[in-house]
Design a protein around this ligand. Structure first.
Ligand code: UDP
Ligand code: MG
Length: 321
């Protein structure tokens, strides 16, 4: 029998977990018929509600349930990493707790990895029904922008919902950066990936944890993690400004020599100074963004800290197995 580990990041999901567990139990019997056992690894990402208590309740009645509970909220990226690191399966799936990633797709995904020459099966939603228009608009343009700059693809509409073979999981675990942007890491590691498409599902209970500001920060994370083009652009703007100012200076000097009087125009001068000040601060901000990332990486802090767990370290698959 092969083992499938299902990693479920949970942050304040007390309302969703019962639905999730029921849906997965239904799929479980189909999997068993195909000679596949599964374990669920709930990663409690520092929830402040009863998420952990509910996980423990299910754990008592079902030995397939494992959990890792963080000392505080470290974010979904850290939760996914912890889940992968604590998984023992030959196959590993990552799924949200809110049933936006339909478990009914799992048998089909497994079928593909078992019988076709792929290492990962990933999912993308073909529409964004139920999501605010403005959020879809920004998300769409973010993917367009970032894909211009990088030499692999970050797929628009890709969910974190995917099934992977152990080799791919190990590759992800070997990327130990602190500022994690999984959608990029999944693409960066390469491997043969098959994409499945499905209609967007609404959250079964509870609320989304992503505010607009959080998403904006996440997108800046994505850009700075995979391309240094903004730095190059600010360098170019600086150079072009220098050239224009030299030409301008020569023009004014020659004009003054010929006409004998210096030109007026303090208003335009103020505008130019303000504009250049803005460009400089903008450029400095870009440099600062990269510098802060380097600073955080150089501290080599752990990606997450566990408060409690029922997974023994001997159960984890060592890297390279
Ligand atoms: N999540 C998490 N930590 C966080 C935020 C979210 O583990 O800091 C989990 C959350 O519990 C859910 C998944 O990540 O299982 C996706 O979150 P959500 O549904 O809020 O995002 P959306 O589907 O709206 O993009
Ligand atoms: Mg969701």
């Amino acid at each position: 029998m092969k083992l499938l580990s299902i990693v479920v990041p949970c942050y304040n999901e007390e309302l969703s977990i019962p639905y999730f567990y029921d849906a997965l139990s239904d799929v479980g019997s189909t999997l068993l018929k195909n000679q596949i056992e599964f374990e669920i690894i709930f990663v409690d990402d520092g929830s402040t509600d009863d998420t952990l208590a509910i996980i423990k309740k299910y754990m008592k009645q079902d030995s397939r349930i494992k959990y890792v509970s963080f000392s505080r909220n470290f974010g979904k990226e850290a939760a996914m990493f912890a889940g992968l690191e604590n998984s023992a399966g030959d196959y590993v799936a990552i799924m949200d707790a809110d049933l936006q990633d339909p478990p009914s797709l799992l048998p089909e995904m497994l079928e593909i990895l078992e019988h076709e020459d792929y290492d990962m099966v990933a999912t993308r939603r073909v529409n964004r029904v139920g999501e605010p228009r403005i959020r879809s608009f920004f998300a769409h343009h973010f993917y367009k922008l970032i894909n211009r700059f990088i030499d692999f693809e970050i797929v628009d509409g890709a969910r974190d919902y995917r099934l992977m073979k152990r080799t791919a999981v190990n590759a992800i675990l070997s990327v130990r950066e602190y500022n994690r942007f999984s959608k990029g890491i999944f693409g960066w590691i390469g491997f043969k990936t098959k994409w499945l498409e499905y209609e967007n599902q609404k959250r079964v209970a509870g609320e989304t944890k992503w505010s607009f500001i959080k998403l904006l920060r996440y997108s800046i994370e994505g850009i700075t993690a995979y391309t240094t083009l903004p730095l190059t652009i600010s360098l170019w703007i600086g150079m072009i400004m220098c050239i224009i100012s030299i030409i301008g200076a020569v023009y004014v000097a020659v004009g003054t020599l010929i006409s004998g009087q210096s030109g007026q125009g303090w208003a335009s001068l103020v505008c130019i100074i303000l504009f250049l000040g803005g460009v400089q601060l903008f450029g400095l901000g870009i440099v600062g963004e990269y510098l802060s990332k380097t600073y955080l990486e150089s501290k080599r802090r752990p990606i997450y800290i566990i408060r409690e767990s029922n997974i023994l370290s001997s159960e984890k698959k060592p890297l390279g197995s």
